[in-house]
Design a protein around this ligand. Structure first.
Ligand code: PEP
Ligand code: MG
Length: 578
């Protein structure tokens, strides 16, 4: 048994298929000075073809996995345009008269060695991205065919030194039981894809194997515990066959809950909605029993294109979600770019602290026409179902007032065009900046509803960058400071008589249910993948004891103690499972 990193949950038993490493034989070819122009043209042609391929892959992933996962390929496209990487390649061609493929190979080696030397998991993972893009370019320059996965074989466990997102795009998920990679960790892009596809993955086993894995080896991959068994004994096979069977049945049983209402054993009802980024996500959420969408992250409509989406284009998508939601509401969050989300065609200033900078509503209020176009599209679509508008990253009352003023202008412009809309469309505020929680009572006077975005709220309350791996252990959603902010926002909504929901990751964490029970939050919006699990926990929870556990959390002083209290409650639900 080998202890690696459990990068994607689940269990798989099967034969290994070992993917050959992307190794290149690049002869050290040089040119005459006169051929330089042609060599550059060959390089640019390779870049163009690689770009087209990556764009195609990106769209495939968007269709089959989801919009967020597809944005992995934006990082790849950015590398193709990265001035430092590209000038290194051009420099080698220009100064040393080396052939384009030699220059690309040397540049990849240079950057990968440099990133590998850093004691930073995140940067090491980015080295994988450079290799992936560089290999694609090399493939075109050398005219080599793609490495292909077995197409019509028995399902297998995919083994590779490292897996790139582009290799994962072309695999048939039905054939891949599990995956093992020598390198890589939880934050690698392939780990993100594996989790989205529901394929168990164990990474980081390279130095733990007595000998390299071979195609045909029998393996057990335990993605929950991060364990890998090579040629296991019968006892382990039997044990894991049972575990795998249990997981499969659990998935089937969970699916049966899609049509069941989310009610605790003693009758407290929740409304579980989905967080979506596309029409396709909404369909998946509804399949899992979501009652509408509590958060439509519209920024993904703005990404992966060359210009801002027009009113017409946006209208079409909002109309589709309104209609597909079948009477349930869909909360459309207005554009939330900045921070870690950029648009290729809209240059944002370089900032030292982008998460504290030009982001979300700050951009919308500053670029009124872009904002108004989105509002008009939402207003028009509001005739086709129950749509609500939600404002991201609000930190003052003035911002809400200004946004509402622009909404009135959007309405007037539609009036001039004699276009119908829902004049009473609700406009809500995201509580994700501590200032908003602190003035929640004031904001409640201007907002029709609140939705608490715990992802940002946690990062801003605790001053812990949500993207920074080094301080990931300080990102504590159960920190008493976070709980106090939640209570303040919820109480303000309750006092003002407006609905309040939670739409950050915490809403999809079953452990947090006692907090919601205690505070009186009954509306949760979460990733469609976790919705049935949360519903299952609610069905097995006793609200009365859950409320007590939630109240107890508010008397505890540390995140660890609160976590322990919530774990104790979770265990009682599991023991009394119906
Ligand atoms: C949040 O901040 O909790 C949230 C839901 O928004 P996002 O994750 O898109 O920033
Ligand atoms: Mg947010």
């Amino acid at each position: 048994m080998i202890q690696g990193i459990g990068a994607a949950a689940g269990v798989a038993i099967g034969k290994a298929f070992v993917l050959p490493a992307w190794e290149w034989d690049v002869p050290d070819r040089r040119m005459d000075k006169v051929d330089l122009a042609a060599e550059f043209e060959r390089l640019y042609e390779g870049i163009r073809t690689s770009r087209t391929e990556i764009e195609v892959m990106k769209n495939e992933v968007k269709e089959t996995v989801g919009a967020e996962e597809s944005s992995i390929f934006d990082a790849h496209l950015a590398i193709l345009e990265d001035p430092v990487f590209m000038s290194e390649i051009r420099g080698i061609i220009e100064r040393q008269y080396k052939a384009a493929e030699v220059a690309v190979k040397e540049a990849i080696d240079h950057f990968v060695t440099m990133f590998d030397l850093l004691d930073d998991e995140y940067m090491k993972e980015r080295a994988l991205d450079i290799k992936d893009v560089g290999n694609r370019l090399l493939k075109h320059l050398l005219g080599t065919p793609d490495i292909t996965l077995p197409a019509d074989t028995q399902p297998y466990i995919l083994v590779a030194r490292e897996l790139s997102p582009s290799q994962l795009v072309h695999m048939n998920p039905n054939n891949v039981l599990g995956m093992v990679t020598m390198a890589g960790g939880k934050t690698s892009h392939s780990a993100i894809m594996a989790r989205a596809l529901g394929i168990p993955l164990v990474s980081g086993v390279e130095h733990k194997l007595a000998e390299p894995l071979k195609t045909g080896d029998l393996l057990i991959v335990d993605g929950d515990a991060g364990l890998l068994y090579v040629e296991p004994d019968q006892e382990a096979v039997d044990r894991y066959t049972e575990v795998a069977e249990g997981l499969r049945k659990r998935k089937e049983q969970l699916q049966l809950l899609a049509a069941v209402e989310a009610v605790t054993k003693d009758g407290v009802q929740f409304r579980l909605a989905g967080n979506i980024s596309s029409v396709k996500d909404l369909e998946q959420a509804l399949k899992n029993g979501a009652e509408g969408a509590g958060l439509f992250r519209t920024e993904f409509l703005y990404m992966d294109r060359a210009t801002f989406p027009s009113e017409e284009e946006q209208f079409e998508i909002y109309r589709q979600v309104a209609e597909k939601a079948g009477g349930h509401s869909v909360v459309i969050r207005t554009l939330d770019i900045g921070g870690d989300k950029q648009l290729e065609y809209f240059a944002l200033p370089e900032e030292d602290n982008p998460f504290l900078g030009y982001r979300a509503i700050r951009i919308s209020l500053d670029s009124k026409e872009i904002f108004k176009t989105q509002l008009k599209a939402i207003l028009r679509a509001s005739m086709y179902g129950h749509l609500k508008i939600m404002l991201p990253m609000i930190s003052s009352l003035e911002e809400v007032r200004q946004a509402k003023e622009i909404l009135s202008e959007a309405k007037r412009e539609l009036d001039e065009r004699s276009i119908a809309y829902n004049d009473h469309i609700e406009i809500g505020v995201m509580i994700e900046v501590p200032a908003a929680a602190a003035i929640a009572d004031l904001l409640a006077g201007e907002a029709d509803f609140f939705s608490i975005g715990t992802n940002d709220l946690v990062q801003y309350v605790l001053a812990v960058d949500r993207m920074n791996e080094t301080i990931a252990h300080l990102y504590q959603p159960f920190h008493p400071a976070v709980l106090r902010m939640l209570r303040q926002a919820v109480s303000a909504a309750q006092d003002a008589g407006i609905p309040v929901s939670v739409c950050g990751e915490l809403a999809g964490d079953e452990k947090a249910i006692p907090i919601w029970l205690h505070l009186g939050v009954r509306d949760l919006s979460m990733s469609p993948q976790v919705l049935l699990r949360v519903k299952h926990r609610i069905l097995n929870a006793e609200a009365s004891t859950g409320k007590e556990a939630g109240a107890a959390c508010y008397r505890l002083a540390t995140a660890a103690d609160i976590d322990a209290e919530l774990t104790r409650f979770a265990e009682t639900c599991i023991l009394q499972k119906r």
